[in-house]
Design a protein around this ligand. Sequence first.
Ligand code: SF4
Length: 258
Amino acid sequence: MKYKLRPSGSSRWLACPGSLVLEDTVPQEKRNDMVAAYTGTAAHQILEWCVKGQHRADKYLGTEVEVFDEDQQEFPFSAKVDEKMVAAVNFFLDEVGEPDSVTRGTVYSEIEMEHSELPTLRGTADYFRFDEEEGHGVLADLKNGTSIVQVKNRAGEINTQLLSYACLLFDKFEKLETLTIAIIQPNGKTKLKTRSTGINREVAEIHLDRVKSAAKIADEATEETLEAITSEGSHCFWCRAKGICPTKGKASVLRDFG
Ligand code: SF4
């Protein structure tokens, strides 16, 4: 099995572990409906350059940026940095601020991580600031789109993508005890463009158990069990296996013909 537990797909594979198995059989393709996602990747590239170089995004206005998809690095996409992208990245930089006497710590940008206990869980966090003395960190995730992505929903459930990054950070940094997790969404259709909550190691452990059980289900999957371990929902939208999924096909037939 060659699947990866990417935090960005966590809401899908936690709800439908079978998608990990099925997606492995479907080649990645460049999709025209993913231009917004590719543009977001370009914004992340600019953010990385700005954080590492400690400068503002204005420096890149008009630059052509070539980016690749996170998983297979197969399809280059070229985006021109425009005023909107510059403003979005600058907004993020202003929100996280410079580490100073108030916001102390070491800053990591695009930090690549793989979980020591569960190596299939891997991902790259946009921005992480760690104050080792305090045992406290700040994880900030840039969302370039307009549709609101919550850190915590009304039921109090924390965003699983950020929780998955948190698991990786707690694993990597032994002295990390508490973590502020934030979504910074400069183009979001809301006044509250930065939303955050606090978690500790225990919360991340509980999430890690969920991740482990999804991985176990996928690892033990057979052709016979595949249908039973797939589950349809809004998470199907970005699933690469939509075209071959037995559950999705059945759900559409039921919807169309009762
Ligand atoms: S289409 Fe939906 S139900 Fe089918 S594998 Fe993908 S996420 Fe699961």
